[in-house]
Design a protein around this ligand. Structure first.
Ligand code: NAD
Length: 290
């Protein structure tokens, strides 16, 4: 398939490289990052998009996505699919889908879970929103870049699923970290705490697969000095998107709100920037109730 790829950063570069390695003709563009091996460099985003059956964007936020969409839609061939894999706000995803439709194009929003490791290994999970036929067109690309793609519904449904998932993740990570910090102060051995909780009703992905306590459970960023992994600032980005969506939809999300405030304090006023999001555990350890 002829593919345009715009946004070749930490995630986009390995995803584009995997598509090229699988035999797709990939033309890439990024304002700053170089093209990975096997990807032909274009001089502009519009050039990367022209003549492609599918144009993938992997960009930092909704504002940049809207700008890039306005640049590439006029250059895309009729019926081509704009596949956005960035994590952005639901409103931007829907606006871009509408713009694509007015330009005679199709659109799929398909944010990913799995991080840089999953992008490199081709094991990402895609959560997709858009029409059935557009999803079917891009499905073979999902198979190369990932191990699972769930079609969640119409435009914006992929972003909605992503931010709901990550709101749960932020909340359970904080809950797991504060429970470990409490267990420490109660004199409970961390390994015993893991052995009990990971097989009891307090279990979660945060505890069982990504344990925030070093030396306990499977290997995780906690065992590597809390180097990300999934950076606290990316968790903050996703939590803010969840609260923006909750505000717009008039949904009551008190724990999502509290998790957002905690990651905001951690990243912007404490020492959380550049740390993994599980570094909430040393944060709680240092504190008392006051
Ligand atoms: P990144 O900052 O490494 O890459 C973004 C790239 O977009 C950069 O190389 C930048 O130069 C480029 N860019 C910005 N504006 C551009 C423009 N106008 N035209 C062309 N290129 C432009 O970010 P990333 O880690 O690759 O993340 C990309 C997206 O994936 C984000 O939305 C992020 O939230 C999401 N995501 C990231 C992870 C992760 O672990 N890194 C996991 C899941 C989802």
């Amino acid at each position: 398939m002829k593919v345009g790829f715009i946004g070749l950063g930490n995630m986009g570069a390995p995803m584009a490289a995997n598509l090229a390695a699988a035999g797709h003709a990939v033309t890439g563009f990024d304002l700053a990052a170089p093209c990975p091996e096997g990807v032909t460099a274009a001089a502009t985003a519009a050039e990367a998009a022209s003549g492609a059956e599918v144009v993938i964007t992997m960009l930092p936020n909704g504002e940049i996505l809207r700008r890039v969409a306005a640049e590439i839609h006029p250059a895309m061939q009729p019926g081509a699919v704009h596949l956005d894999c960035s994590t952005v706000d639901v409103d931007s995803a829907r606006a871009v889908a509408e713009a694509a439709s007015s330009a005679g194009l199709r659109a799929v929003d398909a944010p990913v879970s799995g991080g840089v490791g999953g992008a490199a290994a081709g094991t990402l999970t895609f959560m997709a929103g858009g029409a059935e036929d557009a999803f079917a067109t891009v499905a073979p690309l999902f198979e190369v870049m990932g191990q699972k793609a769930v079609h969640c519904g119409g435009p914006g449904a992929g972003q909605a699923a992503k931010i709901c998932n990550n709101m749960i993740l932020g909340i359970t990570m904080i809950g797991t970290c504060e429970a470990f910090a409490l267990a420490d102060k109660l004199g409970l051995d961390r390994q015993k705490m893991f052995d009990v909780v990971s097989t009891s009703s307090g279990y979660s992905w945060s505890m069982n697969a990504y344990c925030p306590a070093p030396g306990v459970g499977p290997t995780s960023p906690a065992d590597n000095g809390y180097k990300p992994g999934f950076a606290a600032e990316l968790m903050l980005k996703d939590l803010r998107l969840s609260q923006q969506a909750a505000e717009a939809a008039d949904a009551d999300t008190p724990l999502g709100q509290a998790a957002t405030a905690l990651y905001e304090a951690f990243v912007e006023r404490e020492d959380g920037k550049g740390m993994d999001f599980s570094a909430m555990l040393p944060r709680f350890e240092k504190r008392g109730r006051g």
